[in-house]
Ligand binder design. Structure first.
Ligand SMILES: *Cc1c(COP(=O)(O)O)cnc(C)c1O
Length: 482
């Protein structure tokens, strides 16, 4: 048996590269990252080429080690070239993500040390960092000290955690679902409806409150709908507002909505996954009013704080509610309790073993300070206004509402022919070009183009380039369009 163990040990030890080997791998990885970053401004933002991403065979897993240069070559060709490059400043589609370098270093260190960030007992320091970040975000929102929260993987999971906390706080039982309406708008992110379904709440009637011409919930209509439902003997319990919708960047009038939810005892959940961090800058603060009046809120550090994907956050004003839906004990974890005040992520979310997400965020905020984040966010707001003014002044272009945050919607209205067809071709041409990436949406049956400006790498030159591309492609299509 000893012989067997020794022989297995020899192979198993390949999992632990020696000092020289570590140096070698690290240098190779560093070189890869450097090339990626040095080329990022000259490479396409969107690459529709069919050259990459299709040779699955090359990526297959085998029994034996392979050459690192070959692997990195495949990574570049098959993974980091085809499709959208979300790290590029030219990414103006959907809601752009981030990927600041300091965050990557935080991830590297978190992975090497692999601290167990789920439970205070296991890693008091890691949990303290995450709690400190939660407190920092809570104070940004204007939540009291007894708020709690969780650094989750993104806005979708954040919405799920918030909605489940709301459900449990209201002691909602399945037999009551069908008489307990939920209020939202058609502009609410689809992850909210997905969360409602996962939380078993799809039997709750969904009231899509009318929106105004700026795509914001009309609070008067919300009040009316709640009153009507109450008179029918129903149990209105949850309003979901958006602070920055994905489609148009609209911010619902949270202040006014809270004046309706508070006296009626409804839970107010805000999806601020995209918009929340604009609170860090003055122009954003003017738009984001009353977020502190909510009961729960979602904000995404992988959007507004420019971190790489996998960084979301949910905050719940009254920590009891978050604990109620997530706190569990297990016999094998009997050592893991502390009398300390510090809450553990495992008691505040469905996760147990978890990535130490806080490190990438904490390290970035510590190394860079808040100033550049505030500046970048305000810059995005002004870039959106600049883009809006330019498009508005272009012949036959039609713009949506003045951007509240950093999303601009627009379309070309041809003098003759089908506008939807034209705009479909326009987005195809822009995407085929690939230097910038824009996405589209449908509003009131119209095919609409949108520019969402949120990448920390997007600056004035990017926006000028986007405008130029839109102009050129429009002229090109006009030559053959009728
Ligand atoms: C991005 C977004 C989400 C979903 O968040 P993920 O981090 O992608 O899971 C939810 N709501 C809004 C408003 C968003 O912009």
């Amino acid at each position: 048996m000893i012989e067997k163990i020794k022989s297995l040990e020899e192979t198993a030890k390949q999992l632990e590269p020696g000092k020289e080997e570590r140096k070698f791998i690290t240098a190779k990885a560093f070189e890869y990252a450097e090339n990626f970053l040095n080329e990022i401004n000259s490479n396409l933002t969107y690459n529709i080429s069919t050259q990459g991403g299709h040779k699955i065979d090359e990526l297959k897993i085998g029994e034996d080690p392979e050459n690192i240069s070959t692997i990195f070559h495949q990574l570049k060709k098959e993974v980091d070239t085809p499709g959208i490059n979300p790290a590029s400043g030219g990414h103006l589609g959907y809601i752009p993500g981030g990927g600041i370098y300091t965050g990557a270093i935080g991830d590297y260190l978190a992975a090497v040390t692999n601290r167990y960030a789920g439970i205070f007992f296991a890693s008091p320091g890691a949990v303290k960092i995450e709690n400190l970040l939660i407190k920092w975000m809570a104070s940004l929102i204007g939540y009291p000290d007894e708020a709690a929260g969780n650094l989750c993987s993104g806005g979708s999971i954040g919405n799920l955690i918030g909605i489940v906390a709301a459900r449990d706080a209201h002691n909602l039982e399945p037999r009551n679902f069908s008489r307990s309406p939920i209020y939202l708008t058609e502009q609410t992110h689809h992850s909210v409806e997905k969360s409602l379904r996962i939380a078993g709440l799809n039997k709750c009637p969904m009231r899509f409150v009318p929106i105004d011409t700026s795509f914001k919930m009309i609070s008067g209509e919300l009040a009316k709908q709640i009153e009507t439902d109450k008179q029918k003997g129903l149990n209105p319990w949850l309003v979901i507002a958006s602070a920055g919708t994905t489609d148009t960047g609209a911010v619902d009038p949270v202040d006014e909505i809270a004046k309706i939810t508070e006296p009626n005892g409804l839970w107010l959940h805000i999806d601020a996954a995209y918009g929340g961090f604009f609170l860090l800058c003055d122009e954003g603060k003017k738009v984001l009013k009353g977020l502190n009046k909510s009961d729960s809120i979602v904000i995404d550090p992988h959007k507004g704080l420019f971190l790489s994907y996998g960084s979301g956050a949910v905050l719940v004003k009254n920590r009891r509610h978050l604990l109620k839906s997530n706190h569990y004990t297990a016999n094998y974890m009997q050592d893991a309790f502390n009398d300390d005040e510090e809450l553990s992520p495992a008691d505040l979310s469905p996760e147990l073993s978890k990535h130490f997400r806080g490190l990438r965020m904490w390290l970035s905020l510590k190394l860079l300070g808040l100033k550049p984040f505030r500046a970048a966010l305000e810059e995005k707001i002004y870039l959106a206004r600049y883009f809006y003014e330019n498009i508005k002044n272009m012949e036959n272009f039609e713009v949506g509402p003045f951007p509240q945050l950093s999303v601009v919607i627009f379309r070309y209205v041809p003098l003759t022919g089908n506008a939807n067809e034209f705009n479909k071709r326009l987005i195809e041409e822009i995407q085929k070009d690939g230097r910038v990436f824009l996405s589209s949406t449908t509003i009131n049956g119209n095919f609409i183009l949108r520019a969402a400006i949120l990448s920390f790498r997007t600056h004035l030159d990017t926006i000028d380039l986007a405008i130029e591309i839109i102009k050129n492609k429009t002229e090109k299509i006009l030559k053959t369009f009728d």
